[in-house]
Design a protein around this ligand. Structure first.
Ligand code: AMP
Ligand code: MG
Length: 418
C-alpha cells in the first residue's frame, strides 16, 4: 500500500507503539461557538478571563445585623435598628454610631457598617437589637471580587465545560462560548454474514452488533456517529461505503481486515489513496487492525470479532477521538488490582483480560468474566475493566497485581498507564 506497503505489512508493533503512532497522527478539529446551555461536556477552545468583580460589592455572608464593630466591643450591647436589607435591596442610608441594619445573606453591606453579627447571636427588643457577642472587624462580610476580579484567568483551552465552569461563565455574564467541534465519525460494517438486528432470522446470519456497539461508544464520548450500514464482502460496495465515509472527520470499519480471501479493507483503502500506517499489533484480542490515514483523516479498520472491535476501540480509537476533540486526558484510569486466579498465556502478545472488579478489605480484586474468546461478547458486557498482561509475561500468579483499565470510570488520565 503506497509508500508504507511492504514494511507495514510484514512488521508488527506493540500496543504502546501503536498507541503512539495513532495518537500522534490525531488531527485537531475546528472550533464552534455555542450557546452556554448547549456547551455542557464540550472542550473549551478559548481563554477566559474575568471581566467583572464577583461579588460586585461587599455583601453579607449571613442573615443578621450589619453594624459598626466598634459599637459592640463590650457585648452585650443595644443598637437601634434603622434599616431592613433583603438581598437585592440597596441601602439608602449609612449606618451611624449606635445603629444597625437588619440584613440578609447576599445583601450589599450599607455604608458605615464594617461587620455582620449573625441573627443567632442577637435578640430583638422593640426597635432595638441586643448583640450578645462582640464582632470582629469585617466579620461575615464577603468582599467585592473575593471570588474573581477583572483579569483573573478562569479557564483555558482544553478545560471541560462541567457544571461549575458553566456556572462561572454565567456568573461572568457570558451567553456564548467557543468550543472544539465534535467529530462526525463514519461507522461501517463489512461481511456477507451480517444483517441489521431487525432482519435477524433463523438462517445462520448474525446481527451486525459491532455497528451498534461502536455507535454507542462514540456517543459516550460526545462524538457523532454516522452509520453507513453493512457492505457485503466485495470490493466495489466496500469502496462505495468508504467514499461516503470520507465526508466525515474519522472512519471506523469492522471486519474484513485479516488475511482471508474476502478481506478487502486494506486493498480498498489503498485504492482510495490511503496510507497504511500500521496493521498488526501484538495484542489479544484484536491483532489485525489497519490504521490508515487519508489526508489528515484517521481510518480505523478494526477486526470483526465483537470483543476485538471493542477492545481496539478502547485502546486506540477512543483516545484518538478524545485528542481530536481537544481533551488532554484521553486515557481511561488504570488501577492496580489483585488477580484472584492465576492467568497463563504464551509469550509474544499482550493480553487484555476482561475482569470484574470488587473492593475487599481495601484491596481491588480482579476476576475473569468467564470465557475469554474474542467472539464472546458477554465477556465484555460483564467486564468492569481490562486487565493488561504484558507481551513477555507467561504467567500471572494468583494474588499478584496487574494494571486494570477501568471501563466505567469517568476519571481519565493523561498517560496510558501501561
Ligand atoms: P472478520 O474480521 O471479517 O474476519 O470477522 C471476524 C468475526 O467477526 C466473524 O465471525 C464475523 O462474523 C464477526 N463479525 C464481523 N463483523 C461483525 C459485526 N459487524 N458484528 C458482529 N460480528 C461481526
Ligand atoms: Mg468478514
Amino acid at each position: 500500500m503506497r509508500e508504507a506497503k511492504g514494511e507495514a505489512e510484514r512488521s508488527t508493533v506493540s500496543v504502546a507503539e501503536a498507541r503512539e503512532l495513532i495518537l500522534g497522527s490525531a488531527p485537531a478539529l475546528g472550533r464552534e461557538t455555542l450557546g452556554l446551555e448547549r456547551a455542557t461536556g464540550r472542550v473549551l477552545a478559548e481563554q477566559i478571563h474575568a471581566g467583572v468583580l464577583i461579588p460586585p460589592e461587599d455583601n453579607s455572608a449571613m442573615d443578621g445585623y450589619a453594624l459598626r464593630a466598634a459599637d459592640a466591643v463590650r457585648a452585650p450591647s443595644l443598637l437601634r435598628v434603622v434599616d431592613d436589607l433583603p438581598a437585592g435591596k440597596r441601602s439608602q442610608r449609612a449606618i451611624g454610631a449606635g445603629e444597625a441594619a437588619r440584613i440578609m445573606t447576599g445583601a450589599a453591606i450599607p455604608a458605615g457598617a464594617d461587620a455582620v453579627v449573625m441573627v443567632e447571636d442577637t435578640a430583638v427588643e422593640g426597635e432595638q437589637v441586643r448583640v450578645r457577642s462582640a464582632p470582629k472587624l469585617g466579620q461575615h462580610i464577603r468582599r467585592a471580587g473575593s471570588d474573581v476580579h477583572p483579569g483573573v484567568l478562569v479557564a483555558s483551552p482544553g478545560d471541560i465545560l462541567r457544571a461549575p465552569l458553566v456556572g462561572m461563565l454565567a456568573a461572568l455574564g457570558r451567553t456564548q462560548v467557543s468550543v472544539r467541534a465534535r467529530p462526525r465519525v463514519a461507522v461501517l460494517a463489512t461481511g456477507d454474514e451480517l444483517v441489521e438486528p431487525d432482519r435477524l432470522r433463523a438462517d445462520g446470519r448474525i446481527a451486525s452488533s459491532n455497528s451498534y456497539a461502536l455507535c454507542a461508544g462514540l456517543r459516550e464520548i460526545g462524538a457523532e456517529p454516522v452509520y453507513l450500514g453493512i457492505a457485503p464482502d466485495e470490493p466495489d460496495p466496500i469502496e462505495a461505503q468508504f467514499r461516503a465515509a470520507l465526508a466525515c472527520d474519522a472512519v471506523i470499519s469492522t471486519g474484513g481486515v485479516s488475511v482471508g480471501d474476502r478481506d478487502w479493507i486494506k486493498q480498498v483503502l489503498a485504492g482510495l489513496g490511503g496510507n497504511l500506517r500500521l496493521w498488526r499489533i501484538r495484542m489479544k484480542p484484536g491483532a489485525p487492525l489497519a490504521f490508515v490515514t487519508i489526508g489528515e483523516r484517521p481510518v480505523f479498520g478494526l477486526p470483526g470479532n465483537p470483543v476485538s472491535t471493542l477492545v481496539t476501540f478502547e485502546q486506540f480509537v477512543r483516545p484518538c477521538l478524545l485528542r481530536m476533540m481537544g481533551h488532554t486526558r484521553v486515557y481511561r484510569a488504570v488501577e492496580s488490582a489483585v488477580l484472584d486466579e492465576a492467568y497463563d498465556k504464551p509469550k509474544g502478545r499482550a493480553h487484555f483480560v476482561r475482569v470484574t472488579l470488587e473492593r475487599r478489605a481495601g484491596e481491588l480484586h480482579a476476576r475473569e468474566t468467564g470465557a475469554q474468546g474474542s467472539n464472546i461478547l458477554l465477556s465484555m458486557v460483564r467486564a468492569d475493566g481490562l486487565a493488561f498482561v504484558a507481551e513477555d509475561t507467561t504467567r500471572v500468579e494468583a494474588g499478584a497485581r496487574v494494571p486494570v483499565q477501568l471501563l466505567h470510570s469517568d476519571d481519565l488520565q493523561t498517560e496510558p498507564g501501561f
